[in-house]
Design a protein around this ligand. Structure first.
Ligand SMILES: Cc1cc2nc3c(=O)[nH]c(=O)nc-3n(C[C@H](O)[C@H](O)[C@H](O)COP(=O)(O)OP(=O)(O)OC[C@H]3O[C@@H](n4cnc5c(N)ncnc54)[C@H](O)[C@@H]3O)c2cc1C
Length: 316
């Protein structure tokens, strides 16, 4: 029986791993379906992690985190978790993608979030064939070419600036007149010569053939605009990864809000004793690395006394 199962190895899960093991829990496993580091490893630049100055990629930032955790005894299982059951005796069963399962006294769910699809015609069909949500992963394919970026938040603007260094021109398509991003990021966009803004505009349809995207049609106040670009990058928000908490009947093992975000208190406790949530998956998450890491620490320091108490009561 694990003392704690941590599901997800992004900033929240890794920090939870560091604090649980360093805080004395002997038997903690972090279940991560890919390489640890989380979604920030796909970001070209992070400039708001405290204490980190200079240009640094998300991958650079996250690289040392797993090793730091392993020093204190965190075990890492590279496997997808399919489902978490809450058992009658208060423990949890972690069902893994390889068909096996493990039991745990407590769980920290830190499965994060995934970029939303924007919802225009052709997006799903051409996803991965010219439509992308990751500029660092796919930007290089469009070296010297024109691309479109859909969105108007911090991530959209930061990634547009990144793409402007690779591509000949970047069109930012945004449904409003103004951006919801940090003033510094907006200034960088405005100061970049090969970025053109298409405002009050929404994508109608991305089109292409077997070879990939050929262009995107945009609804603008002046009428339908046909941008003949081979690459379309969408940054329009995130969906939380809460599938592992779903029961067979589609309801959740703990309380969630209408967006499926896990409801927690200030200790990152969910409505189920022993189940904690940290990072992007929880309600009101600012969806930032520093906040996810903070949540992981908060969850961990509260899991430790919970596990001690359960063990003591089981020994009696
Ligand atoms: C392009 C981009 C740019 C960004 N820029 C910034 C920035 O400049 N500054 C900033 O602070 N934040 C930024 N963010 C946001 C930041 O990355 C997230 O807020 C943060 O990573 C959330 O951490 P997390 O640990 O909650 O979740 P995630 O980072 O999403 O990690 C969750 C992990 O759980 C794993 N997982 C999911 N489901 C399962 C499962 N069933 N079984 C096993 N493993 C699973 C995933 O593989 C993933 O590794 C950016 C995000 C993106 C996408």
């Amino acid at each position: 029986m694990l003392d704690c199962a941590i599901i997800g190895g992004g900033p929240a899960g890794l920090t939870a791993g560091l604090y649980t093991t360093r805080g004395g829990l002997a038997n903690v496993t972090m279940f991560e379906k890919g390489m640890p580091g989380g979604q920030i490893t796909g970001s070209s630049e992070i400039e708001n992690y405290p204490g980190v100055t200079g240009e640094i990629t998300g991958m650079d930032l996250m690289m040392p985190w797993p090793e730091q955790c392993q020093r204190f005894g965190l075990k890492h299982a590279m496997v997808e978790v399919m489902k978490v059951d809450h058992n009658d005796d208060g423990s949890f069963t972690i069902h893994k993608g390889d068909g096996t399962s493990e039991d745990a006294l407590s769980v920290i769910i830190a499965t994060g979030s995934t970029p939303k699809r924007a919802g225009f015609k052709g997006e799903d069909e051409l996803f991965g064939k010219g439509v992308s949500t990751c500029a660092t992963c796919d930007g290089f394919f469009y070296k010297g070419k024109e691309v479109a970026v859909i969105g108007g938040g911090d991530t959209a603007l930061e990634e547009a600036v990144y793409l402007s260094n690779i591509c000949s021109k970047v069109y930012i398509v945004h449904r409003r007149e103004t951006f919801r991003a940090a003033p510094n990021t907006i200034k960088r966009v405005m100061d970049t010569e090969n970025i053109e803004l298409i405002l009050n505009a929404t994508p109608e349809e991305v089109y292409g053939d077997k070879m990939g995207v050929n262009g995107i049609k945009i609804n603008t106040p002046e009428g339908l605009l046909d941008l003949q670009v081979p690459g379309v990058f969408t940054f329009v928000g995130m969906n939380v990864n809460n599938d592992v908490l779903k029961k067979e009947d589609g309801t959740f093992i703990c309380d969630v809000n209408e967006a499926g975000e896990v409801i927690v208190n200030l200790r990152m406790r969910t409505s189920v004793p022993g189940l904690y949530a940290a990072g992007d998956i929880r309600i009101d998450a600012p969806k930032q690395v520093v906040a996810a890491a903070g949540d992981g620490a908060v969850a961990a320091v509260n899991v430790i006394p919970y596990v001690d108490e359960v063990k003591n009561s089981r020994e009696k």
